[in-house]
Design a protein around this ligand. Sequence first.
Ligand code: 5GP
Ligand code: MN
Length: 329
Amino acid sequence: MKREHAAILDCVRGGDRFLITSHINPDGDSVASQLALRCILKSLGKGAVIVNRDPVPRVYRFLPGAEKILTRRRHSLRPYSALFVLDCGNPSRASGLLDRKPPLPVVNIDHHVTNSLFGDLNWVDVKASSTCEIIYDLARHLGVDLEHDLAANLYAGILTDTGSFRYSSTTPRSMSIAGKLLRHGVDPHDLAERIYENAEYTSLRLLGKVLSRMGRSPNGRVSWVTFTYADLSTLSNMAETEEFVNYARSLNTARIAIGFKEVSPGDVRISFRSKGDINVADLAARYGGGGHRNAAGCTVSGSLRGVVNRIVTAARAFVENPQQAHRNP
Ligand code: 5GP
Ligand code: MN
C-alpha cells in the first residue's frame, strides 16, 4: 500500500469528527461515496457531517442517509479533524469549502485523470471505476463490516459511474466488488429501478423536444443536444437532464457527443462524451474543465448559439486529429 494511503487510514483512526464534501452539481457517485464514507466513519464510532453546495438530485434521495446531507455554501471547519473531498478533480469544483486554504488537513479521494492532487493527502486512483470503488478499499483496509447501507451506497456509486457496467471504466475488479456487495444484501433490480426508471413527466417531454432538434456534423462523427435557459426552467432540477447527452452519443456514427446547457444567460455548461480512445478530458481541459477519457465537462461564457458554434468546430477538428488538435489549441 502507498505510504500516502496508509497516512489516510491513520488520519481516520486518529481523528474523531470529520467533514465530508464533494463537487458542485453532485452525481450518483459523489452522493453515494460521501454517504458510504459517513457509514464507515459512523461504524468506527466517529462523527461525520456531509456538506454540499447543491442539493442531492431527486433520484438519489432514496440512498440511505441522503437526508443527512446539509446543503450550504459555508460551514465552520473548526470542530473537525480533517476535511474529506470526494470525487472532485479540482478545488474550484468543491462546495465552496476550499475557496480559501482550510485550517485543517484536506484528504482528496478521487478517480479523475485530471485530478490536481490538491489535498494534503491524496488517494487518486484513475483505474477505479468510481470514487465508491476507492471507498470500498478504504472500508476493507479499516476492517469495517459491509453492512447494508454501506453496501447499497457503494453499489449505487459503481452502478452509476460505470453507466450500469457499460463504460470502459468497468473492470473485472469493479464487477467483482459489485458481486461482493450483492452478497451483502444489495438488491440490484430495486436500485436500478429507483435510479433509472424514475424520470419525471416534464423531463421525458423535454427529452423528446431536445432530441427532435439534435445536431450532427456532416460526417456524423460529432452530435450534440442543446438546452436553452427556458428549457431548463421547465424542470424541477438540472440533474434531471444528466442522461440526455448519452442519447446523442448513442447515434451510430457519433465519436464525440456534446450536451450544451444554458445554465444562466451568458453561461453554458458543456458535457462531452466520446467513444473508444477519443479523450474528451483533453478537449475539456482546453476550456478550463476536465473529467475522464470518455466523459468530461467544462463551463464556457457566451451566448448559447455562439458557444455551440465554437465548441462544435473545435470538436470536429479534435475528432479528426486528436493529437494535432491537442498540440495546437
Ligand atoms: P458531466 O458531463 O456529467 O457534468 O461530467 C462528466 C465528467 O466530467 C464528470 O466526471 C465530472 O466530474 C467531470 N467534469 C464535468 N465538468 C467539469 C469541470 O468543469 N471541471 C472538471 N475538472 N471536471 C469536470
Ligand atoms: Mn465519480
